[in-house]
Design a protein around this ligand. Structure first.
Ligand SMILES: [Ca+2]
Ligand SMILES: [Ca+2]
Ligand SMILES: [Ca+2]
Ligand SMILES: [Ca+2]
Length: 306
């Protein structure tokens, strides 16, 4: 009877010690990185994570009693992430190739571009697995145009005898190119129409997509040589020094300036009001990126000056 509270007390303290170690060694850096959102990497470091799910009726979500499809389920799981369902029922990859270019131009650059298409190519006159593969690789490539990850999926299984061989052959053809293996979920995910998943099946698809996105994001996280949380390509883009955590030497790190204070990491006085960024941040608590005397602390200083 006495051991249980004692044990939980130790557990409580060790948790607090662990939390303290975490805060001391990791938290400041993590909090200021080209920040992950909902556990997903902001691959292009534009301040938002965008998932675009491209495909046919299986992406759209036909036969889903919840009307969400697997992309809608991802939106539920990643509430701070923008999710686009780019599913068009009945589409084949020949049409998909053209549409992908248009769709990508119409949405914010995706960090994760999920592609699942090809089962309808069976009905395309003169279809071949190599042409389908070529189309899919073209579609997937649009996903990386804005700095994101294109992720190709193997087709879900079907319960139509005449189409099963086609699905199997396409999956064999794209085996090396695909990261999400929906085929592995088997026929158990299918609804009564023998081709679309049911609600539970879409749940399983979302489980798989979620796991692969997290894994691929970590595998492909962009390089950050100086470890200041701003990816190298971003530093090259804005002109900061990717080998130094504080490019302008004012003791505010590049990531603090970019993501916390929104000041200029290459200027000692971003808003040119005569008060240095570090003085505004550390002493005045005012906004170093806004010269308007709107903050209470700035007004106080002005009164003192008069
Ligand atoms: Ca992004
Ligand atoms: Ca960096
Ligand atoms: Ca600085
Ligand atoms: Ca200033």
């Amino acid at each position: 009877m006495f051991q249980q509270p004692h044990k939980s007390l130790i557990a409580k303290w060790s948790n607090q010690i662990l939390l303290l170690c975490y805060l001391i060694f990791f938290s400041p850096k993590l909090a200021q990185a080209c920040p992950d959102i909902d556990g997903l990497v902001d691959m292009n470091c534009d301040g938002q994570v965008v998932i675009a799910a491209f495909g046919d009726s299986i992406t759209y979500g036909i036969q889903d009693s919840r009307g969400l499809g697997y992309p809608g389920r991802l939106a539920e799981r990643f509430p701070n992430t923008l999710v686009y369902n780019l599913g068009v029922p009945s589409e084949n990859t020949y049409s998909g190739r053209t549409r992908a270019a248009q769709d990508i131009a119409a949405i914010p650059a995706p960090d994760y571009f999920l592609v699942l298409e090809g089962v309808n190519d069976y009905w395309y006159s003169g279809h071949s697995t190599s042409a389908t593969r070529t189309n899919l690789l073209k579609i997937k490539a649009y996903g990386s145009l804005g700095g994101g990850l294109g992720i190709l999926s193997r087709l879900t299984d079907v319960n139509r005898t005449f189409q099963r061989t086609w699905v199997y052959d396409v999956n064999e053809a794209i085996k090396q190119d695909s990261k999400i293996n929906y085929y592995s979920l088997g026929k158990g995910i299918l609804s009564s129409d023998n081709i679309h998943p049911d609600a539970e099946g879409y749940d399983e698809m979302a489980d798989l997509a979620e796991a692969v996105m997290i894994e691929q994001g970590l595998l492909h996280r962009p390089s950050d040589i100086d470890g200041d949380g701003v990816y190298d390509f971003k530093e090259d883009l804005i002109g900061t020094n990717k080998y130094a955590v504080d490019s302008d030497g004012d003791t505010l790190t590049d990531s603090e300036e970019l993501f916390t204070y929104h000041s200029n990491p290459l200027s000692l006085d971003s808003d040119a009001d005569g008060l240095s960024d570090v003085y505004e941040v550390r002493t005045l608590g005012s906004n170093p990126a806004d010269s308007r005397p709107g903050s209470p602390i700035l007004q106080t200083i002005e009164v003192i000056k008069q």
